[in-house]
Design a protein around this ligand. Sequence first.
Ligand SMILES: Nc1ncnc2c1ncn2[C@@H]1O[C@H](COP(=O)(O)OP(=O)(O)OP(=O)(O)O)[C@@H](O)[C@H]1O
Ligand SMILES: [Mg+2]
Length: 258
Amino acid sequence: MDKPARDPIFQAEHLFLAHPAGRGQTAAAILHDISLEVERGGALALIGPSGSGKSTLLRCLNRLAEPTGGIVRFNGRDIRSLDPRELRRQAALVMQTPVLFEGTVRENLRLRSAGADDDFSDERLAASLADVGLDPAMLARDASTLSGGEKQRVTIARAILRNPEALLLDEPTSALDPPNATLVIETVSRLREARRLSIVAVTHQPDFVRRLGGTLLYLVKGRVEASASLDGSSAALADPRLQAFLAGELPSAPSEPR
Ligand SMILES: Nc1ncnc2c1ncn2[C@@H]1O[C@H](COP(=O)(O)OP(=O)(O)OP(=O)(O)O)[C@@H](O)[C@H]1O
Ligand SMILES: [Mg+2]
């Protein structure tokens, strides 16, 4: 059988990132020769110990961090040739701690960048809440009264309203208790399937990686130590560290959020 044609949304080639020495600090090499590819509608999970460069690598994908070597392509184009704001709309970052400001859920969802002409009608806002499994009646609620899991799903709804092609998630569940984490994992996985959203997620949670599928990349000290596809047979997952991670037994997985 012919393999389906490749249609990558992200391609990173030989990324290096080093912070220069300064004020009594030695130069720090953060990312070392990292290459990766994310298929459109596909998923990539970044795992590894604290300080291994996961967040930095994620942020390189929408120019919140600038590599000192290598190239990142989005839809085939060098991201340095794209408008950063447009890139960040198309590849939206969702962080560990939901960032909502004082005001109603409606006001938080409407928050727009100048010049955007999106449709922010109540009907569409309500549909976006339904997409993340929240009651549309929540539009009028004061955002500060929501639970952590509800807040995180509102930040995902806010990103979705801007029609992104990809979501970049930096430990989106690690500030949540298990039931809320499960709801966020389900929301992201369903959005991937329903909208063919591409997902890149930093996570310490085996459940999330298993539910999401796609590719798993294990970083240690800024280098790719192991990688595997989770979509094929389980025999492909030969690396004992990846097996240990999926079994919830990777000793280096930190539990403390930061
Ligand atoms: N401006 C900077 N100057 C020097 N080192 C930095 C700077 N920013 C980040 N680092 C270092 O880069 C390394 C990678 O950080 P990063 O946040 O990407 O790790 P991480 O894998 O996301 O860790 P965690 O799981 O704890 O979130 C860390 O050692 C961090 O201290
Ligand atoms: Mg991090």
